[in-house]
Design a protein around this ligand. Structure first.
Ligand code: FAD
Length: 285
């Protein structure tokens, strides 16, 4: 099923993300985690694409496995390290496996600066996918602005280019203050971006994870959230419980305010996904 049709129903949806293994010996545990999360019957599940594209076959395999389980898969695809030939080949594999949804991304510029020259931005990849078949195409958006962008206005301008190139919906980078999303939604709607926006929520379950996240994406941490990390960061079980509760509260507030698409960065953790799903059992039914 196409994700644009799922979102068009206008009902609250919960979806989860998994990431593929880097090596063959890690494939089975990842597959098992994905299967367990699929058992929660999410609206769809996304499978990320490893930086560099060397593990693209795992992305396709896990997406195909989810499809076989009756869960709509969303396969990510990045272009910064992939030549046109590689993109064409991955799209061909997805098509052959009946996978209808692709999240089209540029990917992060590698530390050594080595990039392929066929695509410079996600909008070019989106245009290519649009030409190459009947895919539903998603893209990324950044409520706090992408780290490389000069300012938020410019970033929204480029987001609009992605939509004009053919993207059907966008998923946000994680955020920990819902007001940032509400403000962003106002700004992008004003700018004429009308596609559905799926809110990306990251349940932070350990202290190291939050340090990494902030270093990578510059995400703003509200003082309410910092207090949780300060108080519980050195107690893993308490941090996990508090992180899940914080994410759940964010989700409830979003749904209450009319943001229906919720995507949880579940990081291959079925227990975290299950606890969030359980806490929303009446809200999503
Ligand atoms: P783009 O939309 O191309 O934007 C990149 C930068 O270029 C931005 O600063 C933008 O403002 C600017 N820009 C865009 N168009 C132009 C233009 N025409 N001229 C000048 N500047 C321009 N990474 C992975 O490796 N694998 C994944 O599976 C993955 N999944 C993700 C899922 C989500 C929901 C999100 C939010 C991010 C994900 N990422 C993933 C990370 C992503 O690849 C990085 O954030 C990357 O740096 C930007 O990708 P993009 O598709 O947003 O790029």
């Amino acid at each position: 099923m196409k994700i644009r049709d799922i979102l068009a129903k206008g009902e609250p949806t919960l979806s989860f993300e998994v990431f593929p293994p880097k090596t063959e010996d890690k494939y089975e545990p990842v597959e098992q985690a994905a299967l367990e999360i699929a058992g929660l019957k999410p609206a769809f599940m996304s499978v990320t694409y490893g930086a560099g594209g060397g593990t693209s076959r795992y992305t396709v395999e896990i997406a195909a496995m989810l499809q076989a389980q009756g869960v709509t898969p969303l396969a990510h695809l990045t272009c910064v390290s992939s030549a046109r030939e590689k993109v064409t080949s991955v799209l061909g594999e997805l098509k052959a496996r009946g996978i209808e949804n692709v999240l089209a991304l540029r990917g992060d510029i590698p530390a050594d600066g080595q990039v392929e020259k066929d695509y410079h931005y996600a909008s070019e990849l989106i245009a290519e996918i649009q030409k190459s078949g009947d895919f539903c195409i998603g893209a990324a958006c950044y409520p706090e602005g992408h780290v490389e962008s000069e300012n938020k206005l410019q970033d929204i301008h480029y987001l609009k280019e992605k939509v004009e190139a053919g993207c059907d919906f966008v998923t946000t980078q994680m955020f920990f203050d819902n007001n940032i999303l509400y403000n962003y939604l106002y700004r992008i709607r004003e700018a004429g971006v009308t596609v559905p926006v799926v809110a990306g929520i990251m349940p932070v379950t350990n202290k190291a994870q939050i340090k990494r996240i902030c270093a990578m994406s510059g995400t703003y941490l509200p003082s309410r959230f910092k207090a949780i990390v300060d108080r519980f960061g050195d107690n893993p079980a308490a941090m996990k419980q508090a992180g899940i509760a914080y994410a759940t509260e964010q989700i409830i507030d979003l749904i209450a305010n009319g943001v229906n698409g919720i995507h949880v960065y579940s990081m291959n953790k079925p227990d975290v996904a299950a606890r969030i799903r359980e806490s929303l059992s009446e809200i999503l039914s």
